[in-house]
Design a protein around this ligand. Structure first.
Ligand code: ARG
Length: 565
């Protein structure tokens, strides 16, 4: 697309002899449009040019040669040069670009991105903390893909570790008492709680549990059989949540997958001479600022960190990744620091080490204090999603009792509200979970975006046709509210690039709110249908562009759009 910033920087570069790229970074987009569409600040040049900013501004302006086809006014305000673009050209460029954009943006071509996300623990409830990982990771997955990257989504299931030693022990003792088939995770949780209590009372039972895990690692048939049954029963239950959220993964290789791949890690670490004994365990010392990384436990069994190290080796070889992202809560910051440090000792190419990135997020806080279930205060995600759907249904029944397919719509609205709430603010912030806020159709919410989308649809439906780009008079769309929509549209690509730069899907969420709000102002300021045909065509066309971007953007976040609501 026509890059106004670049055009301005080019012209200033001719006058100042300063390179264009540097100048481009001095150009801002003023919030207040009376200050122009672009503002060039002369303050940063004051030192270099040994002149006061207003004097620099007037020098530049005097000698500036800029095509008035693009820029129709330049004003000096203090140390700023404010540029006003030719709105008709702007509209034309933005819409033309949109019209021609069939091929995806290919900035990611040839690059491999591994995203490790969701990754719940088997035989434990899939709780609200895993929701964030699933939703943030899923959004990143879609956005990278849209930008042309080759993306591999991995559900690194917590299907290994000492807790399985405990479960096996509990099952051995009281398996008969529980109806595991009917309600796997609830029942396994009960067994887990019970055996845990027993372990606290009796050290020798804890020892038994540890040995069970050791046996599992060593391939003991009985232990493996139970383990594999727990795993598949749990996965069946998790799948219900993934179906509700629309989550998909390319790989389900969990921790157990690496059970035969850790020996190599240990061997490589041994070769460095840095793997040392400490209180019976084998550790890598990471200096004063980071706690040591435990590679092998006292009884010889492996750790969460060792499995992650084996996974790094495997992913480097299998996927040749340019980036490997790990989406977990910030509670695991230390873990990944340790793992990434130790990974440097595995003899991998620098490229892989530099590509490792932890993508941490904040905790979920519930507005009404605790949300407790029968079991304690872990909220099961499945219950929560179903509650979102039934609450959405209630709102729809109040607002639009005659709507067809209410259940379908409620599902999209309820789930969309939960997903959007999760992605609305920068990920590192703690998330507040409050039903009324997230289901508010007028707030900065998923349902609001869906509502605006539905409005674009219904306008087009009412008109009964979609005008062609060739027949649009762009001059109709040069009023303030239309220009505001046009400018927002022109940012879409840039927003997606920023998302992957920072691994921050909230940049897209904010954008969709901005686009919805700008459309809403446009809609209130302009009569779309019923004025003259020329205006109607142009405005309808713009309406359709907004709807299309809203739908694309929402689907990148994992949110489906209803056609009515
Ligand atoms: N299963 C872990 C948990 O629930 C998350 C795993 C994250 N991924 C990884 N490669 N460590 O906390």
């Amino acid at each position: 697309m026509l890059n106004f910033k670049e055009k301005i920087a080019e012209a200033i570069s001719k006058v100042t002899n300063i390179n264009k790229e540097e100048l481009e970074s001095y150009i801002e987009v003023p919030k207040d449009t009376s200050m122009g569409d672009y503002a060039f600040t002369c303050f940063r040049l004051a030192k270099e040019l040994k002149k006061a900013p207003p004097a620099i501004a007037s020098d530049i302006k005097e000698n500036l040669e800029i095509d008035d086809k693009y820029i129709n006014k330049v004003e000096i305000v203090g140390g700023y040069l404010n540029f006003f673009v030719n709105n008709s050209i702007l509209v034309e460029e933005v819409l033309k670009e949109f019209e021609n954009k069939n091929e995806n943006l290919n900035i990611g071509e040839g690059k491999n991105i591994v995203i490790d996300y969701s990754s719940p623990n088997i035989a434990k409830p899939f709780h609200i903390g895993h929701l964030r990982s699933t939703v943030i990771g899923g959004a990143l997955y879609n956005i990278y893909k849209y930008l042309g990257y080759n993306v591999i989504g991995i559900n690194h299931l917590g299907d290994y570790g000492t807790q399985f030693g405990k479960l096996i022990e509990g099952y051995k003792r009281w398996g008969e008492e529980y109806n595991i088939e009917a309600n796997p995770i609830d029942e396994l949780t009960k067994i887990y709680v019970r055996i845990n209590n027993l372990c606290k009372e009796d050290e020798s039972i804890l020892e038994e549990c540890r040995n069970n895990f050791k046996k599992l690692e060593d391939g003991d048939e009985y232990c493996n059989e139970i383990w594999s049954r727990f795993r598949s029963l749990s996965l069946k239950e998790f799948q219900r949540v993934y179906d509700l959220l629309g989550s998909k993964f390319d790989s389900w290789n969990g921790e157990a997958f690496y059970s035969d791949k850790m020996a190599e890690v240990v061997q490589k670490l041994e070769e460095t001479g840095k793997l040392v004994e400490s209180e019976g365990a084998r550790i890598i010392d990471l200096g004063e600022n980071i706690a040591p990384c435990i590679i092998g436990k006292t009884n010889g069994s492996t750790t969460y960190a060792t499995r992650d190290l084996a996974a790094i080796l495997y992913r480097a070889r299998t996927y040749n990744f340019d980036k490997a992202l790990y989406v977990t809560s910030y509670e695991q910051v230390l873990h990944f620091k340790q793992v990434f440090e130790v990974a440097k000792l595995l003899g991998l190419d620098e490229k892989y080490i530099n590509g490792l990135e932890h993508v941490p997020f904040g905790m979920v806080r519930l507005k009404e204090g605790k949300m407790s279930t029968r079991e304690g205060n872990i909220i099961k995600l499945e219950d929560l999603l179903n509650e979102a759907i039934s609450r959405a249904l209630k709102v729809i029944e109040e607002k639009n009792p005659d709507l067809e397919e209410k259940e379908e719509v409620a599902k999209k609205v309820g789930i969309g509200a939960v997903i959007f709430n999760d992605l609305a603010n920068s990920r590192i912030k703690d998330e507040i979970f409050d039903w009324d806020t997230m289901l508010n159709f007028q707030g900065e919410t998923g349902p609001y975006i869906q509502y605006i989308y539905v409005r674009t649809k219904s306008v087009i439906e009412k008109a009964g046709y979609l005008p062609k780009y060739e027949n649009i008079n762009v001059n109709v769309l040069t009023d303030d509210s239309s220009i505001n929509v046009i400018k927002t549209i022109s940012n879409f690509e840039e927003v997606l690039k920023q998302v992957v730069q920072k691994n921050e899907p909230s940049i897209l969420s904010r954008y969709l709110i901005d686009l919805s709000q700008s459309f809403s102002s446009f809609y209130n300021a302009n009569k779309i249908i019923g004025e003259d045909k020329e205006k109607q065509d142009a405005r309808l066309y713009l309406t359709n562009v907004v709807g299309t971007i809203l739908k694309t953007g929402a689907s990148l976040l994992g949110i489906e759009m209803p056609n009515r609501m």
